[in-house]
Write a protein that binds this ligand. Structure first.
Ligand code: ADP
Ligand code: MG
Length: 598
């Protein structure tokens, strides 16, 4: 017999699509508060939000008469007709959130409009109104959702541990606090206030407070017509995309178009890891489709290429202003190229550049290095590559990336110089070698670490002065998932409260500096990877090694020799743990050819 579903059943089914986890409920409630014009929003959760979620705002409130209507499916004050869908400016618009949350919890809403003498308290269980009374209360709205999914056991099973659910909620609130820097956000977890932002309207203050790991990446200011925010210096990347926050019209979104635009803005200067970025993007409401996912996280741009270009240009400007290379240097290389390629000298600058690029594009060669988008904005590393752009016999004249050319004898190498505080120049009889000190150090550290980890007793070696590491709130709340690993690796590390851990002992196979960077990198990477099986741990170790090693530490010749002999001992001296080459080779023949001696 075919039956029309009872509306409460239908709500429970539909709710699953919108409200998957506590964090989805929190997201909807916070968005309602923002839409209500709140200046202050308090979010409180217990047990990861499973047993208790409270969102309190000082927004416009709801009248006594409309309090019940708000819980009806498709009841919304935000759109009225189908044409409105093209011009969505508020965060919520489906009129489903309150209906969905109330369908799967025991919900209490207390609300009052400024103009009303008294407020209203309405209680719903599983979507049914249990009581509705007038009450005295502050202006604004409080929604309390308890025992989430108490009546949908199947859904309950999909929830993760309390710590993980809490972490997602905290992360979400951190993100909104950055995006809506003009709103004061308070986050309370299991009775403890984790943070309160100023609400002074400056996102940078919030980033500094809630994302110290992003802020320390030397943020550069991005500003053009539609794209504003901050990006990290190309030299400092993070292990995960967690340092990337994109907001489109005030909505936190994920979008591969934005990710690509961001990446392109660096013109290939990011070798491993991800840049940190907080970008606020404005788009015409009619140019975006926010309706493709019930959780609304994913966004589709109708003019993808334009958006990507806008972002990459804005990022590029910021990155170049931060650490661009002198124009004269690039131009002299261009001039050389121009001569080599026999391009008529009288052409104007722009055409010169284009024709060089065109020419190179048309050369039928399999270039592992793509030409930079614009020659002017290319980085030092790329210029090196450009310098060796071939004259007549392209494929041979390129610097060759060495993939295990065994046997390779480090003993043949003679130290010749050290440039850009990063690259070590060595020479053998017939070849010139350029070593990347950072990649080499990463490789050395990684192998030393793995050997130590596999062979030593892992008993911590006490440090003279203990040090502390501070992590973000979301990482802190998941310490159960990474702290134990560090202790097993040989750390004497202990929770010191307030997102801080004190380290009194370090693994015997690390220096203090390495140990600090590694622990921090490991904690940060855990949130992304999840789980704790061996493969994941290996991956985390690989990633975290990067944090243990600093670029641009100026090395003495003595240290360079040490690094070389350490590298020579490695099982795989040819690449860093992330697969970047540790050194490249340029043969004397290549050099002579470039000077047309051969
Ligand atoms: P939507 O946000 O898509 O309109 P919701 O189910 O989330 O749908 O909310 C229904 C309606 O209830 C909203 O349109 C709004 O009028 C009202 N509302 C919900 N939360 C609040 C709040 N915190 N303050 C004021 N009004 C609210
Ligand atoms: Mg809503």
């Amino acid at each position: 017999m075919i039956k029309v579903l009872d509306s409460f059943v239908a709500d429970k089914i539909a709710a699953g699509e919108v409200i998957e986890r506590p964090v989805s409920a929190v997201k909807e409630l916070v968005e309602n508060s923002i839409d209500a014009g709140a200046g202050s929003i308090i979010v409180e959760i217990r047990n990861g939000g499973k047993s208790y979620i409270r969102v309190t705002d000082d927004g416009c409130g709801i009248s006594f008469d409309e309090a019940e209507t708000a819980f009806l499916r498709h009841a919304t004050s935000k759109i009225s007709g189908i044409t409105d869908l093209d011009n969505i400016v508020s965060l919520g618009f489906r009129g489903e959130a309150l209906a969905s949350i109330s369908a799967v919890s025991r919900l209490t809403m207390v609300t009052r409009r400024a103009e009303d003498m008294s407020g209203v308290k309405i209680v719903l269980h599983g979507g049914r109104v249990v009581s509705k009374d007038r009450t005295g209360c502050n202006k604004g709205t409080t929604v309390i959702a308890e025992d989430l999914f108490y009546n949908t056991p199947a859904r309950r099973k999909f929830m993760k541990t309390d710590a993980r659910e809490a972490s997602s909620v905290i992360e979400l609130i951190q993100q909104y606090a950055v995006c809506y820097a003009g709103i004061r956000f308070m986050m309370i977890n299991n009775g403890i206030t984790l943070f309160t932002t100023d609400g002074d309207g400056d996102p940078y203050n919030v980033i500094r407070m809630l994302y110290p790991t992003i802020a320390k990446h030397g943020l550069l200011h991005v500003e053009n017509e539609h794209v504003k925010g901050y990006v990290s210096d190309p030299g400092s990347t993070m292990n995960t995309r967690k340092g990337q926050l994109f907001f489109v019209n005030g909505r936190l979104v994920s979008s591969t178009v934005i990710e690509k635009g961001l990446e392109e803005g660096y013109h290939g200067r990011i070798f491993s890891g991800f840049p940190a970025a907080v970008l606020f993007i404005e788009a015409e409401p009619c140019d975006i489709d926010v309706n493709i996912h019930p959780g609304k996280q994913e966004i589709r741009f109708l003019r993808q290429d334009e958006v990507k270009k806008d972002i990459s240009e804005a990022v590029s400007t910021a990155v170049m202003s931060g650490s661009g290379i002198p124009k004269g240097f690039v131009r002299s290389i261009e001039k050389t190229l121009e001569k080599q390629l026999n391009i008529p000298a009288q052409q104007k600058d722009e055409t010169e550049q284009t024709s060089i690029r065109e020419f190179l594009k048309n050369l039928d060669r399999h270039d592992p290095y793509e030409m930079p988008e614009t020659v002017e904005t290319s980085a030092a590393a790329e210029v090196t590559e450009t310098m060796y752009v071939p004259v007549s016999s392209p494929a041979e004249a390129e610097p060759e990336v060495i993939h295990k050319p065994a046997p390779f004898d480090f003993a043949d190498l003679v130290f010749k110089g050290y440039v850009f505080n990063t690259y070590i120049i060595m020479q053998s009889k017939d070849d010139l070698y350029i070593f990347d000190q950072h990649a080499a150090h990463e490789r050395v550290f990684y192998e030393k670490f793995m050997r130590g980890y596999n062979n030593s007793a892992h008993s911590p070696q006490p440090v003279l002065t203990s040090f502390t590491i501070t992590v973000s709130n979301d990482v802190y709340s998941m310490s159960g998932e990474w702290l134990g690993d560090l202790i097993r690796m040989g750390y004497d590390i202990e929770d010191f409260g307030d997102c801080t851990f004190i380290v009194r002992g370090i693994p015997p196979y690390m220096s203090a500096g390495e140990a600090e960077g590694f622990a921090r990198g490991y904690a940060e990477a855990t949130g992304e990877a999840g789980g704790s099986n061996k493969v994941v741990i290996d991956k985390l170790i690989t990633r975290s090694c990067k944090s243990a090693v600093k670029a641009h530490d100026v090395l003495s010749e003595h240290e360079i020799n040490d690094l070389m002999s350490e590298l020579a001992k490695c099982d795989n001296p040819y690449s860093c743990p992330h697969g970047r080459p540790t050194f490249i080779r340029i043969s004397s023949y290549d050099i002579e050819r470039s000077f047309r001696r051969k």
